[in-house]
Design a protein around this ligand. Structure first.
Ligand code: G6P
Length: 626
């Protein structure tokens, strides 16, 4: 989704904007632009395609001044093109926008009636027109922005600059994220802290319907009614290196290789003397800044008390996070006997879900900004459910909305296709399932000890999987001849099959489907021929024999089978075209290991086919519009 960077200060705004936009590339975009103000004039340059095209366009340009805004656009209204790219400039007002203005047709009709000349197909330009009209009356940019807010329906964030006031940026958020970065005699605003961490570590996150007025010296926060708001900045201790490739060819590859460490970091806060003690979930702690300061033991008591009342759990998410949630269902139901429903957020929010008393709604979102998941948590709260969020980005919108908070602790994930956020989520879901099992008195101390020991062995087993990368690369070479792919598994391997298929779609643009292996006879068998690759996930668990039967059936119909199984297995080897061994683990932890070959095969195949792995076409990392 779109990326926004705004800057006021003594550095060259062009450099700050371009470096910030580069850090936001992961969000996905199709055009880019910047506007810089100097001596009462705006220099506006936009380009179709990647930031490289914008950089080429500006190399011969001189940039002066102390204020500017920039944008990467992910097209919603109007095709990707230079004229639809942001910033939009209307009579001295320059504007960048992320989100959707739902009533844009009405606004456009009104503006055209008034004689406005519209230069793009976007909803964003219309907002610039409204502000330009208003500022002629108010002569004050902040007032002009505030006055037009009620005319706009939808979810949107904007940053605006005015030629008549070269020391002021006005930003407004209602939906897509915006964060203010604080510096010495310089201030920033951006869609994500990653754009700014090489300049500052002090941030103020904006809440919905807040306006911020930035000058070089000051940042002032207001409600949309103009009431001043006090908010202390938070200090982030992320190092800038975390968002660099560090010698890897791609962010995605780096993130795949970071997984052993990431999963260790995900479990670390919640394991105490080989027991699961969820740390600082902070149910009912309103101010997220205090989460680190609350008494862990008191908090653990509250968590257990809240969990003991829970009779039903809903897990809501999108994309890869949804598949993790489906595995969560198997884990929680098995270890705690609490019924779990899973739902795709965009379905949940519109299907009038029935949420009985004593329900917990758990939302999973790496970014913490996915619009449908955010709407789902709001709906769950309206319906009286207790909510718990599992996010990677602290202080993100979903994190702020939830009653309780858990984190993936995976560090920044830049590759659009999620990898380490998925495996760290699975770790936290295991911890959560164990906690529910304990609270419901279904897990003995001895069982807990064994479960924790198994969990602690996962990082080193992941290292082993990664050391087989050359086999996955060879397997990927062999995959390029196939026209389609069926990924199949049973139990917890079923969501892994869907995640494997998703990775192939996202990265290699190939048609792949994930299926429950038991469903093979109900349709997919008809697809099987020598051009269809079948990727079977067959760990040595309770479903082993049944899955092997499915394998045999597929083989008998000429299926070309790539099998992933536990350790060396002659039987599986003899049936398969390619057999890929994965270290043995308990059933609940297999998904964490088996997904890694899926990630690597999709990665290598996409590289072989010459695709942009970190930013696949048409996709966005943070889907802030529905
Ligand atoms: C997008 C991303 C996926 C991600 C999904 C959910 O589609 O491309 O990688 O799984 O959004 O994102 P979330 O941030 O809510 O986990």
């Amino acid at each position: 989704m779109c990326g926004i960077v705004g800057y006021l200060g003594n550095l060259n705004p062009k450099d700050v904007i371009i470096s910030g936009l580069k850090k936001l590339e992961y969000r996905g975009y199709d055009s880019a632009g910047l506007a810089i103000l100097h001596n009462g004039e705006t220099k506006l340059i936009r380009a179709l395609g990647k930031l490289k095209s914008l950089e080429e366009k500006i190399t011969s340009e001189q940039f002066n001044g102390h204020i500017g805004i920039g944008h990467t656009r992910w097209a919603t209204h109007g095709v990707p093109s230079e004229r639809n790219a942001h910033p939009h400039k209307v009579r001295g007002i320059s504007l960048v926008h992320n989100g959707i203005i739902e009533n844009y047709l009405d606004i456009k009709e009104e503006l055209v009636k008034q004689g406005a000349k519209i230069n793009s197909d976007t909803d964003s330009e219309l907002v610039a027109h409204l502000i330009a009209n208003e500022v002629e009356i108010t002569k004050d940019l902040k007032k002009a922005v505030e006055n037009i807010l009620d005319k706009l329906k939808g979810a949107f964030s904007i940053v605006v600059m005015w030629e008549k006031n070269p020391n002021e940026l006005i930003a407004f958020k209602d939906g897509p994220p915006l964060v203010v970065g604080l510096g010495k005699s310089e201030n920033f605003v951006a869609s994500d802290v990653q754009a700014l961490i090489s300049y500052t570590n002090q941030f103020i996150y904006l809440n919905d319907r807040e306006v911020v007025q930035l000058s070089q010296e000051k940042v002032r926060l207001f409600s949309s009614q103009g009431v001043a708001i006090e908010r202390k900045p938070i200090v982030l201790n992320w190092s800038p290196e975390l968002v660099e490739k560090q010698g890897f060819s791609h962010f995605m590859l780096k993130e795949i290789y970071e997984q052993p460490r990431a999963v260790a970091m995900a479990m670390e806060p919640h394991i105490l003397n080989h027991r699961v003690v969820l740390k600082n979930v902070g149910f009912h702690e309103k101010d997220l800044h205090h989460l680190d300061q609350i008494d862990p033991l008191k908090d653990w008591e509250t968590t257990q008390k809240e969990f003991s009342k829970i009779e039903r759990i809903f897990i809501i998410a999108c994309g890869t996070s949804f598949y993790a949630g489906q595995i969560g269902k198997y884990l929680i139901e098995n270890l705690s006997q609490i019924p779990v429903e899973t739902d795709i957020a965009s379905e949940f929010r519109y299907r009038q879900p029935i949420i009985p008393k004593n329900s917990l709604v758990l939302t999973i979102s790496q970014s913490g900004e996915t619009a449908d998941t955010l709407a789902a948590i709001r709906l769950a709260k309206e319906k009286g459910a207790l909510t718990l969020s599992l996010c990677n980005v602290k202080n993100s919108s979903i994190d702020r909305e939830a009653h309780g908070h858990l984190y993936m602790n995976a560090g920044p994930e830049i590759g659009v296709a999620s990898t380490k956020a998925f495996t760290t989520t699975l770790v936290v879901l295991n911890l959560l399932a164990i906690t529910f099992g304990k609270v419901k008195k279904l897990i003995s101390e001895e069982q807990e000890l064994t479960l924790v020991q198994e969990l602690l062995s996962i990082p080193s087993k992941m290292e082993v999987v990664l050391s087989y990368d050359k086999y996955f690369q060879t397997a990927a070479e062999n995959l390029k001849k196939f026209k389609g792919f069926l990924f199949m598994g049973r139990g917890v391997s079923y969501p892994i099959a869907m995640e494997g298929a998703l990775k192939l779609k996202e990265l290699a643009y190939l048609h792949a489907e994930g299926y429950a292996a038991g469903e093979m006879k109900h349709g997919p068998l008809a697809l099987i021929d020598e051009r269809m690759a079948i990727v079977m996930i067959v760990p040595h668990d309770a479903n082993f024999e049944k899955t092997v039967s499915n394998l045999e059936e597929a083989k008998a119909r000429g299926g070309q089978i790539i099998t992933l199984g536990s350790g060396e297995n002659e039987r599986l080897k003899s049936i398969s075209l390619t057999y890929l061994p994965v270290p043995k683990a308990e059933w609940n932890l297999n998904p964490i290991l088996y997904v890694v070959p899926m990630q690597l095969m999709a990665f290598h195949l996409a590289c072989i086919l010459g695709y942009d792995v970190d930013q696949p076409r048409n996709l966005a990392k943070s889907v802030t519009v529905e």
